[in-house]
Design a protein around this ligand. Structure first.
Ligand SMILES: C[S@@+](CC[C@H](N)C(=O)[O-])C[C@H]1O[C@@H](n2cnc3c(N)ncnc32)[C@H](O)[C@@H]1O
Length: 234
């Protein structure tokens, strides 16, 4: 059953599916597509036959994975927002992907099922508290096969102080107000812009992934460190 925080986030994402991708393109100047595609290639290169994208939203990462998958690879995707899932399922390229409505803290799968689990631009949403976040990461670990791979793509913190300040100012003064105006959901974009500056650095996030029981944690910074891909093994 969805908890109170789940309900707030479910309501928030119910307001944005129609404009979500266009606003992402605009606010990142198209970089979100490059970041996602690069991360999808890194994820797919690990092989395996059962892949899962969680917090899939409008399904862009799941569709990118499906496009890279060899024959016989099953791609599944999870989100707890029906409007976001409807948007994903309605896409022609989503054919063959199996979608599930579920919250990531309690995935509807047995232990040791997947070779790969991806999550893109949603880790900030499940970072409600250190305990909740660790619980979700442990849940990811549970459904992965031994040696299965986790890939997280998320905004990060540029190491250069000046760039970091500029990035935070961009989140606060551009992403929040412009996203709110274009989507009609001030709440969703105020939330988005407030979570970016508070999020972990790439090193801190690697440490947390390790605490959740993953090993061989590595990360790649992208675009001056404004974004990072973390990869780890169960
Ligand atoms: C910012 S969108 C990211 C969508 C997509 N992964 C992308 O790359 O654009 C975050 C998504 O995570 C979903 N979400 C947030 N918390 C969740 C949770 N606890 N369980 C399942 N889905 C969740 C939201 O419904 C939303 O669709």
């Amino acid at each position: 059953m969805a908890g109170q925080s789940d309900n707030i986030i479910v309501d928030m994402f119910a307001e944005v599916p129609k404009t979500y991708e266009r606003i992402n393109r605009l606010l990142t100047l198209g970089l979100d597509v490059l970041w996602r595609n690069k991360a999808a290639k890194m994820a797919a290169s690990g092989g395996g036959t059962k892949w899962l994208d969680v917090c899939t939203g409008t399904g862009e990462m799941a569709i990118a994975l499906k496009g890279l998958a060899a024959e016989g690879v099953e791609v599944s995707a999870v989100d707890f927002s029906d409007p976001m899932l409807s948007e994903a399922k309605g896409k022609k390229d989503a054919e063959g992907i199996t979608f599930y409505n579920a919250s990531v803290e309690n995935l509807p799968f047995d232990d040791d099922i997947f070779d790969l689990l991806t999550i893109s631009f949603a880790v900030r949403n499940i970072n409600r508290s250190p305990e909740y976040f660790l619980g979700c990461l442990s849940e990811f670990c549970r459904v992965l096969k031994p040696s299965g791979r986790l890939l997280l793509l998320e905004t990060s913190q540029p190491r250069c102080v000046v760039l970091r300040m500029l990035f935070h100012a961009y989140a606060r003064f551009i992403i929040g107000p412009v996203g709110g105006m274009l989507s009609g959901s001030k709440m969703a974009y105020a939330y988005l812009s407030s979570t970016i500056p508070r999020f972990y650095s790439a090193d801190e996030l690697a440490g947390i992934i390790g605490q959740a029981g993953f090993k061989a944690v590595t990360f790649t910074r992208m675009t001056f460190g404004s974004c990072a891909v973390h990869i780890a093994e169960k």
